[in-house]
Design a protein around this ligand. Structure first.
Ligand code: FES
Ligand code: FES
Length: 155
């Protein structure tokens, strides 16, 4: 039995301590917005926040997470989809198939919380998520839109 704080709620999970956090979140907590892509920390589909840092949850065993750490998944990023990154994503129609997008959004939100005005180099360094649909240009534009606080002005 392990205790986790997920999206502000304390949850008890019964899983082997070697279980990747991704599968704990999806199968034990029941939050399926966090996606499985590669399982080896390469694609970013499984990105969540742990204490505000973007983390690839497929590479984090349950044993590495303490009850005090705050895990936030795509479901908990905002109560109603109103996070600036989510609004910018909507304004620019960033997703294509959508599979990689929860991870993209979580990575972008962590980037902006640490660098509110990221340069292209910052985006290149931090946004290493893989998108098979090739949404990279819109991802970059949406991060810049969110950084400007301009998501509401577009359209
Ligand atoms: S599923 Fe975790 S990085 Fe690809
Ligand atoms: S939108 Fe399809 S994989 Fe990124």
């Amino acid at each position: 039995m392990a205790t986790l704080n997920v999206n502000g709620k304390v949850v008890e999970v019964s899983a082997d301590e070697s279980t990747p956090l991704l599968w704990v979140i999806r199968e034990h907590v029941g939050l399926t917005g966090t996606k499985y892509g590669c399982g080896v920390a390469q694609c970013g589909a499984c990105t969540v926040h742990i204490d505000g840092q973007a983390v690839r949850s497929c590479a984090v065993p349950l044993s590495a997470v303490t009850p005090e750490q705050k895990i936030v998944t795509i479901e908990g990023l905002s109560p109603d989809g109103s996070h600036p990154v989510q609004k910018a994503w909507l304004a620019l129609d960033v997703p294509q198939c959508g599979f990689c997008q929860p991870g993209m959004i979580m990575a972008a939100a962590a980037l902006l919380s640490q660098k509110p005005r990221p340069s292209d180099e910052d985006i290149n360094a931090e946004m290493t998520n893989i998108c098979r649909c090739g949404t990279y240009n819109r991802v970059r534009a949406a991060i810049k839109l969110a950084a400007e606080g301009g998501e509401a002005r577009r359209g």
